[in-house]
Design a binder for this molecule. Sequence first.
Ligand code: TNX
Length: 574
Amino acid sequence: MSTNPAAPETGPVPALPRPTSTDRLPGVSPAAGELARVAADRATDLLAPPAPVRLGDVVPAPERVLPDPSGDFTIPADAAIRIDAAGRDVAEQLAGWLRPATGFPLPVTDPTDGAEGRLTLTVSATGGDVGGGDVGGGDEAALGDEGYRLDVTGDGVRITAATPAGLFHGAQTLRQLLPAAIESAAPVAERWVLPGGTIVDRPRFAYRGAMLDVVRHFFGVDDVLRVVDHLARYKLNHLHLHLTDDQGWRIAVDSRPRLTEAGGGTAVGGAPGGWYTRDDYRRIVAYAARRHVTVVPEIDLPGHTNAALVAYPELAPGKTAPPPYTGTDVGFSYLDPHDERTYAFVADVVGEVAALTPGPWLHLGGDEAFKVPAGDYRAFVERAQALVAATGKTVVGWHQIAPAGHVDGRVVQWWGTNGDDPETADAVRRGARLVLSPGNHAYLDMKYAPDTPIGHDWAGLVDVRRAYEWDPGAHVHGVPAEAVLGVEAPLWTESVTTRAEIEFMMFPRLPAVAELGWSPRSTHDWAGFRQRLAGHGPRWSAAGIAFHAAPEIPWPAGRGEAPADAAGRARTAA
Ligand code: TNX
């Protein structure tokens, strides 16, 4: 058990050799396990049962919720998690989330053990058994790739899904239905009550993401893994890594070693740079995959390339190396679109990055190449798109690529602030799908309020309500909901320098965008959302997650100031 609440959930939770004995619980000393059990028993005896979390108090809001107050279930100290084969990895992760605070051994057992489980996780091949009839009617469609059904009765909890991803999302819901103290890294005296009833849930959009700019300031692997954990909590399934920009090159490319050697050491304001080795990147990808998060690597082209030009001056229009750049301007650098060496370079880089990336996407940037004339820009993007397609990956690009010709599956990431964008709508008519990241709603680097100590305001201030009050399905004129692949919340890091500051900008806006991506539009309701979100403040506090105690959220009394202060302190200390 980790005693550092800030540590990411690294590594698989080892299986228990003897499921019935706390003494054998890896990482928990027998004394701590015993103490937890005594404390839990005493809590059961002495404390009035806390009001359980309400079944509908989940973020993002589930599709269907049918509470049954007579079906509350208290997890007993000897509970086991019973699985079928496909559920093992999710069960191990669920056990890893619940063991520290409960102190319970929570062995993972499969049916061949003959053991009884009070928590049951099942991946059903049909996935169609959503039991629509007893959850309030409505459609009985399959749970699909990511949906799940969760039943809490007096006898136990059951999560059913058609895929491990669905089971994982269901397990995250279960985690949220427990008291906030479940986030504690050390045993807590608490009754681990789950509210009775049934949830049937699946996402509105297939693509739900966040972006981390690891260039303007570099963040090490552990910070990125922790961000993956944050995404996974809120059922976000894509992590877009902005890996290259003017201030640094952050991913090793074997055929172009100078990219990192000469271009990787710098960052904004003279901060230390850094880069991911191939193994670092593989570690991030694997950690994310286990949490059903797909990594989307971005190589920003043809602009935002000063670091590449420092490393390989022959790619620069003037064929001389520019000085390294540590400022925050944009739009001044670009690869020479008339030099064939540029395309050999792009082929090498996207080829290696694609080979390291199991996910289907490769993001080629395309934003703010202000110095490249429109015709040259378009021709460049078309060649770069073809080079990405040749790697077998699907092209993603910022919406400036819209005027370029279509390639199969192309995804345009819209970051405008005015939904009237005929070029993007036209790209959609020619076959593109859209990921929505409107700067004035989804940008996590915008300040919350005028006095927010870090962040930008070029797209306006983005408080929690603004992050929540828009509809991805109807945001860009002329783009039908069917063409919308999903949403993404980008975090640019010109002024974001520490893990605590990342969290301060993400929380509570990341859950707001997550809800827009996951929940059916019919659940959209600011009044309800702010109430549900308020209950997450104590969870973040218990988990050591810094957040902005936004004044528009009715946080439970006395909770919430400390982590926000922590981000402020981290900044002053930096
Ligand atoms: C615009 S959004 C950029 C980034 C900056 C960001 C700051 C986009 C595609 N490009 O280069 O970091 O504004 O908010």
